[in-house]
Unconditional design. Structure first.
Length: 92
């Protein structure tokens, strides 16, 4: 998995979470959006918007999420998103 994609996703997550984020906590591939980051639905929407601003149509994040059920979304890890981004970018 790309370190660049992980760094970008980590940066976008920090932008979305803002002052609620403890800088001492690393965002890694095993970090979960639900349990570890406790992302609320509005924050998840904000992350989707930032991903779209960053990657455009090259990474159709919302379409990817729409293929998942609620349990899959809740258990989603940063590494899953990074892997998806890398797959999308390598296929372009």
């Amino acid at each position: 998995m790309s370190r660049e994609s992980l760094a970008t996703v980590g940066s976008l997550i920090r932008q979305v979470i803002g002052e609620d984020w403890d800088e001492a906590d690393d965002i890694g591939l095993e970090t979960s959006f639900g349990e570890d980051l406790e992302l609320e639905s509005i924050e998840f929407v904000a992350l989707a918007e930032k991903l779209t601003e960053t990657y455009g149509d090259a990474v159709p994040f919302v379409a990817w999420l729409s293929t998942m059920d609620l349990n899959q979304i809740i258990s989603l890890k940063v590494g899953d998103l990074v892997e998806y981004i890398d797959q999308c970018l390598s296929s372009k």
